[in-house]
Design a protein around this ligand. Sequence first.
Ligand SMILES: [Zn+2]
Ligand SMILES: [Zn+2]
Length: 279
Amino acid sequence: MITGSCLCGGVRFELERAAGPFELCHCRRCRKVSGAAFAAMIGVRTADFRLLQGQELIAAYDAPILERPPAYRTSFCRRCGSPVPNPDPKAEWFEVPAGTLDDDPQLRPDKHIFVELKAPWFEITDALPRHDKPALYQLRQQMAQTASVPHNTEVAMLKLDHLAICVSDPQRSRDWYTSYFGFTVEFEVPERDTVALQDDAGLTMFLVKDAERARHPSCGLTFQVADVETKYRELVAAGLQFVKAPQKLYWGYGAELADPDGYLIHLWDEHTMREQSGG
Ligand SMILES: [Zn+2]
Ligand SMILES: [Zn+2]
């Protein structure tokens, strides 16, 4: 359980878990609300959140709508002014100001957003991905599309929680999967030579250093992408070699390539699979 509170302690809450993403927002409004260079916001499922006390202390302010609804809303403690989480019960997911957490959420920031609006006095010096508004909107759209499938996991009896593959060099594999496929780094355990990567739907893939086993890759990975032809062209342009260009294969329509250790990756997309597999 992850607990959190405001400065005066009047508002207290707990989270079952933090789902992510964990974003550092440099937009003008987040800077005002946080009084800092950026707001650190963690994505949490509404069902995982419980307000323990202080409902009567929570006030909200809706800033004027700039482009389209919903308004930018900030919720805060009336007594001490700390930003506090305040989910809309109808929303499936919302953001918690990370600074209000009293425990380690077990997630680490995964990207900077609205970087084009960042304060001139602040310089981003870490290696996290940096998204401007158009890039972020595109990412959000992809997330919404993938999220529309896992909604049913509530009723599913079984859910693959994570998978682990042995690699000869976790850092090299991490860079490969993040730069070519957009995986984000969930966390790293350097002393155990382990890197945890996450896809857009929240599945975690562990990269565990084991050079001996990595020499005999014993599983294949299948990635669903938005459009297999586009992804193929993008990766070829980036210098990757494919084992098989997009074509009809025994498992359906798609492409195949190998990761740095030789794990075979199958790429497909829903649309092309439906169109090409039939006839
Ligand atoms: Zn307070
Ligand atoms: Zn913001």
